[in-house]
Design a protein around this ligand. Sequence first.
Ligand SMILES: O=C(O)[C@@H](CO)OP(=O)(O)O
Length: 345
Amino acid sequence: MSATAFHQAIGTLQSHGYFINSGFQQENGNTSLQLISKGFRVDIGLSRRGSYCSRERSYVVAQASSSQTSVFNPVSSPSNTTTTDSRKKSNEAALILIRHGESLWNEKNLFTGCVDVPLTKKGVEEAIEAGKRISNIPVDLIYTSALIRAQMTAMLAMTEHRRKKVPIIMHDESEQAKSWSQIFSEETKKQCIPVITAWQLNERMYGELQGLNKQETADRYGKEQVHEWRRSYDIPPPNGESLEMCAERAVAYFKEHIEPQLVSGKNVMIAAHGNSLRSIIMYLDKLTSQEVISLELSTGIPMLYIFKEGKFMRRGSPVGPAEAGVYAYTKSLALYRQRLDEMFQ
Ligand SMILES: O=C(O)[C@@H](CO)OP(=O)(O)O
C-alpha cells in the first residue's frame, strides 16, 4: 500500500466515525496508528517501503465494520506483556474522578468558578493523599481541566503512583507546540501517561459571583437564593452557568472523548472541579435533577468507577493503598496490584 492509499484508508475510517486513539512514528520510519469507534479497534501501519508493517493488520481494515476486535486491556500493563488471551478476556476499565485539592480561594471562602487559582499547602497535601489512595489502580490516560488547581492535583497524585509512569501534558494547541513536544524514544513513551487538558472540564463559570465571599453573598441575597445558585440544576448564578449549562459541555466532552477510551479498555483518571464532576457523576449514576442538589464533593477525595459492558459501577473511594476491598472489586484490579507487588517488592 502506498502512503497515499494509507492516508486515504485513515480518511475513510474517520468518515465512518473512527478517531485516532494513538499513533506514533518509529525510529525506523514506520508509522503505526490505532483508530477506535464504539468498541471497534483498527490497527494500521505503514513501513518505509510502503506496505503494512504488521502481519495481521492489512486485513483488519477490511474487517473493521463487520467484526469486533479484541479490546486492549491495559489493566495488565505493569509488565507490558499483554497476551492475546488476556486482551480477549476483559474489556473493563477503571475510571477515577478527583476533585482538586483545596485552593487559595476555597480557603478564603470565595466563589472561584473559572478564575485560575492554585492550591494551598493543604490542597497539595490532599492531592498527595489522594495519590496514595489510588496508587495501586491502573492509570493509562489523564484528563484535567484547563485550570491549574486540577492540573496540580493530577500531577501531585501521580507522584504517589507505584507504577512510576511520568504524566506528560499534551500540547496540541498548535502544530508547532505539538511538534516541539515530541518524544523520540518508544521506550520512554511507554513509561509516560498522556495528560489531556480540556476547558470543557473547567469549573462552572460563576458569573458575577466570581471573587465574592460566599458568606457575605448569603448575608446579602439570603441563604436560600445562594443555595439555589450553588446547588440547583437549572438556575444559573447572575450571568454565570447553571449546572445544566456546565453539563452541556462537560458531559458532552466526557461522552465524546473519554467514554471511547474506557470502551477501548483504557484506565482513565479525571482531575476536575466540584460542579463539572457533579454533572459527570449525575450522568454516570443517572441522578435526577432533584437528586443532584444534595451531591457534594469534598476536595481531594478520589472516587472509583468500574466501566464494564457499557455500564458504570460506582465503587466509592479507595480508603488507602493497603485497602484490600478495592482490589477485590475486579479480577483485573487484583491482578494489576499483584503485578505491582511483584515488580516493586
Ligand atoms: O467557588 C466555586 O467555584 C465552587 C467550588 O469551590 O463553589 P461551590 O461550592 O459553590 O460549587
